[in-house]
Design a binder for this molecule. Sequence first.
Ligand SMILES: [Ca+2]
Ligand SMILES: [Ca+2]
Length: 906
Amino acid sequence: MRHRLPRPIRLGLSLVAFAWCGAAHAVDLSECQGDVPASASAAPAWPAAAVWLNASSVQWPGLQLRPGERVRLHHARAAGMAAPVGAAVTGADGALTLEALPAAEPPAALRHIAPGPRFAVPAAEVDALLQAQLVLVHESADGRVMAATGLQIAAALDDRFATAAQVPDLGAHPSRQRTTFALWAPTAQAMHLCRHAQPDGPAVAIEPMHRDAATGVWRVALPGDLSGQAYRYLVDVVTPTHGRVRNLVTDPYAVALTADSRHAVVANLAAPALKPAGWDAAPRPQRVRAATDQVIYELHVRDFSVSDATVRPAWRGKYLAFTEPQSAGMRHLRALSKAGLTDVHLLPVFDLASVPERGCQVPAVPQAAPDSEAQQAAVMAVAATDCFNWGYDPWHFNAPEGSYATDPLRRVLEFRQMVMALHRAGLRVGMDMVYNHMAAAGQAQKSVLDRIVPGYYHRLNAQGEIERSTCCDNTATEHRMMAKLMIDSAALWVREYKIDSMRFDLMGHQPREAMERLQARVNAEAGRPVQLLGEGWNFGEVANGARFVQASQLSLNGSGIGSFSDRMRDAARGGGAGEGGDDSVRRQGWLNGLVYAPNALATAQPQDLLAAADLIRVGLAGSLRSYELTTWRGERKRLEQLVYGGDQPAGFASEPSEVVNYVENHDNQTLFDVNTLKLPLDTSREDRARVQMLGAALVAFSQGVAYFHAGQDILRSKSLDRNSYDSGDWFNRLDWSYQTNHFGTGLPPKQDNFGAQGRDWALARERLARDDIAPRPQDIAWARDVFRDLLSIRASTSLLRLPTAAAVRQRVTFPGSGAGQNPVLVATRIDGRGLPGARFKAVLTFINVAPTAQTLTLPAEARAHWRLHPVQRAATAADQRVAREARAAQGRFHIPARSAAVFVLE
Ligand SMILES: [Ca+2]
Ligand SMILES: [Ca+2]
């Protein structure tokens, strides 16, 4: 039920006076009680096709205005207007006849709106207009409605209230003398604070708030330190869909929350009670000097420990699991840290909407056949109320998620305990930030931003509907206060939680300009560089710069912000994200048999393998625009001249810090699973493990940021699930006892894995039912140890982590490339002369993907004394095939089957 005002309120001349007036006769404490009500969804009174260009003009795209006709802006404080075509507008308080303005190009920020006439709005009226229901009407000479539209308000608010971006204290701020509350809501007609003495107890007080006319920020200051008290706001505001409402809503700047985000909680993050012992003085790992030093492990808090029997039961799946130093999981992370891992990147850990924070369900999953439908049926039956979700559904950006705390009221303290424990293990902590959409918008129960400033925070299409290209209700980080929220939030995490690095979900939906301001701000807050990377995909309503210069792969170059690279990923894995049916088998990659080990459905031609080998080299050279490669056709080309995906440059980065190399992350199938689809069915278990480690070697040997998915090192499988965001613990768990990789634990959930006519399930069944695919413990242990050797090799020399494009151009070459090459064996030579930290005079890495040994003869190296890398020739070397069989003599390099070998000049 939506919450309508009890009676119309008359508008006072002074907005402040109005707020007092409203408090005096219209609001009582009962309105503060209970849960935030859900409103039935409703269509807007009018599509919002007209757009404010700034605080003094509007444009009506497509309007044809003939002589004698006019455009009038009708307004109604209490909403409830009607504008029926052919009749007169009803319910308005008044109307302004708008003067036409000369035609002009729209401002750059509104480049996407269609042409149409423009009209001036009198500046003196704008504040009152923006608080009222508005309808812009095309009227005949006798005042009948010919057409009516709502208005998109963002540019007017960004212009009129520009100084709000400098407000430093949005949210609740307690101190000994007083506690201040501040919320930006320039279109609100009134605002009250509901205060609860106890979290989730009844509201005990309702306080009127006062509007600052310059910024549109509403404030109240109350005596005393109110830390620990809960609060919400009552916002009287006109919505496009529900007329004037009184919205009970939490605080988008809340730093703490009660269970399930029912209330915001006042908290002083500097208070000793919210800090683990030693928090302030605890040292942070100092192991990343250049962004390319990062070696990242992407990990979900719950996956990490939910099935780890060495963690006390109450801490499994929780932040505190990281504080069990002797658990199997922490031993695993410490071993990776010792080998060279620098960062753990956590999937979303801010407050998310999709997991109950108390009383989540744990499904009883039956023991059933490896290809049975029964397991996924049991998991999916409770998916909406179980304890698992990836968490890409942000609710409150500035508070930790409560389901990962042992008690949602302890979320701040326990999050910090996790950070401290990871830092103690030598690992930096990165967060996955999801500012591109919200869990909900409009008058939905879990909507926050849109119930405070309706129509402002989300990106709208030409009809005023929220764009949903990201899956969900897209935010508009090109709007001043949405960008401020994002930047303030990122700053809070680095300042208050010692976050070391950040990854941004669908970063291409955000302006580069906002990301660069964010970068400057987090660096300043932290007093150190905070490395940023993200998904720079280019799609949706913002694609190709339609609205702004994006923070996307192709337009981030020069920013120093990293983008995931699909170039090497797709060449290595084969096919691409989102493929299904026979394609998911047919389209093999460089790692899993393309041409040289065809599967039953394969149709690829030799040139496909040659082209893939060149894309692998693109990745090894950091996907740099300026790097020159001789292609398999014998042409010398800069990587930006090489074509990828039909219409894109293969090289997109200016500097190696701008590329993130990976072959597996939480999206799509794990590498083990994709290889299961594409490798010939009779591939041995040992070879499956070897192929997986060739993928890891590719990342470890590439210039740029190295990025791995948790469990990639222990052959992680999701039983072929291609989208496990809500597939429960069952399809997402990790086994740090190294007994199983969870392949063959049932058909993956039907919703994203069934395929056309069930073809994907049929292909899955064929594989899951086989008893010769799932690895044995010794295969998992082998992969685990080889992976650590690969990290040690990367850590051993700065040559695998070159910080600049100039250094890559100067030092990296690809012997054996060009025309006439052997595409199954890719060699990379990196010259070490004069480079600090190189340790070797030169390094030569080899990856042989073929199931047979390969030899590369390099006459130029005939006199050099190449030796296997110390890690690979040590008695403890994990890959004994390489230790025994890889050889270099007189410029002949012999690389055993399916092996990655590194030679050095000492
Ligand atoms: Ca939550
Ligand atoms: Ca779930």
